[in-house]
Design a binder for this molecule. Structure first.
Ligand code: DGL
Length: 279
């Protein structure tokens, strides 16, 4: 709330959460596209992965994280995790009094605009693909489009092992993506936080004709529009260091920091461990 108690304060940070490190691809886009915004990031490193868990579990976890972020007085919340956006966003959004945005809708919108032959592929975790959420949103916009989902569970550990450019990742990508190539999709949504980090591998396997859609990028763009519309853009140009970016995790802060520093160029100085079960 602002000082007069009139809704969210535009100088407050944005809350961003994910099951772990993957959501940093979304945080990174927010840092690039709206550099004056402060961010409080929470990575649920104790309970990752979300991709293989049930809707009920993901909704409970997401609710706890939203409570934690609300305690930090964030002005808006970005659900950076595709699986949490697929399973929990609809419900938790109704329970929250500040603007919330997930990564699925922005990705779906751009993919529906990008396709020329009406065949869109989506890759993601088992949960995201089983939820068919991308297909639902795309068909709301363009009912005649064909959406083909493919779960690629091995991509997450490969990225977390740092095998971003590696023959093993190439081989797995070829196996996962061959059926999407056979179906002749012309647009592919990178429907998991980790996949933008292996974009070049996926792009090479799919070939030049296929447009890759990165929901992290589209989400940062829509977030900016949403904040502007709600008069919540921070116009004060805060400085780096000024508690600009704060990172919280539920476990293994050091490991988180190492990964974070490998993908975000500005040095992440601290990541604090909290007990999320308390929220
Ligand atoms: N962040 C998850 C997602 O985007 C991937 C990792 C996980 O399974 O938790 O769906």
């Amino acid at each position: 709330m602002d000082k007069k108690g009139n809704g969210p304060d535009k100088y407050a940070p944005i809350g961003v959460f994910d099951s772990g490190v993957g959501g940093l691809t979304v945080a990174r886009e927010i840092m690039r596209q709206i550099p004056d915004e402060k961010i409080i990031y929470f990575g649920d490193t104790a309970r990752v992965p979300y991709g293989s868990k049930s809707k009920e579990t993901i909704t409970r976890y997401s609710r706890q994280i939203v409570r934690f972020l609300r305690k930090q007085n964030v002005k808006a919340i970005v659900v950076a995790c595709n699986t949490a956006s697929a399973y929990a966003l609809d419900e938790i959004e109704k329970e929250t009094d500040i603007p919330m945005i997930g990564v699925v809708k922005p990705g779906a919108k751009v993919a529906s605009e990008a396709t020329r032959n009406g065949k869109i592929g989506v890759i993601g975790t088992e949960g995201t693909i089983a939820s068919q959420i991308y297909a639902r949103y795309i068909k709301e916009l363009k009912p005649q489009v064909n959406v083909i989902g493919k779960a690629c569970p091995l991509f997450v550990p490969l990225v977390e092992e740092g095998l971003l450019k590696d023959p093993v990742t190439d081989e797995i990508a070829k196996r996962y993506l061959s059926e999407l190539i056979d179906i002749d999709i012309d647009t592919l949504i990178l429907g998991c936080t980790h996949y933008p980090l292996i974009r070049s591998t996926v792009g090479r396997v799919m070939g030049e004709r296929v447009t890759l859609v990165n929901p992290a990028y589209e989400t940062a763009r829509e977030l900016k529009e949403m904040l502007a519309k709600e008069n919540l853009l921070n116009d004060s140009s805060p400085k780096l260091g000024d508690n600009m970016y704060q990172f919280f995790v539920s476990d293994t802060a050091e490991k988180f920091k190492r990964f974070a520093n490998s993908i975000i160029k500005y040095g992440i100085l601290t990541a604090k461990t909290i007990n999320i079960e308390e929220y």
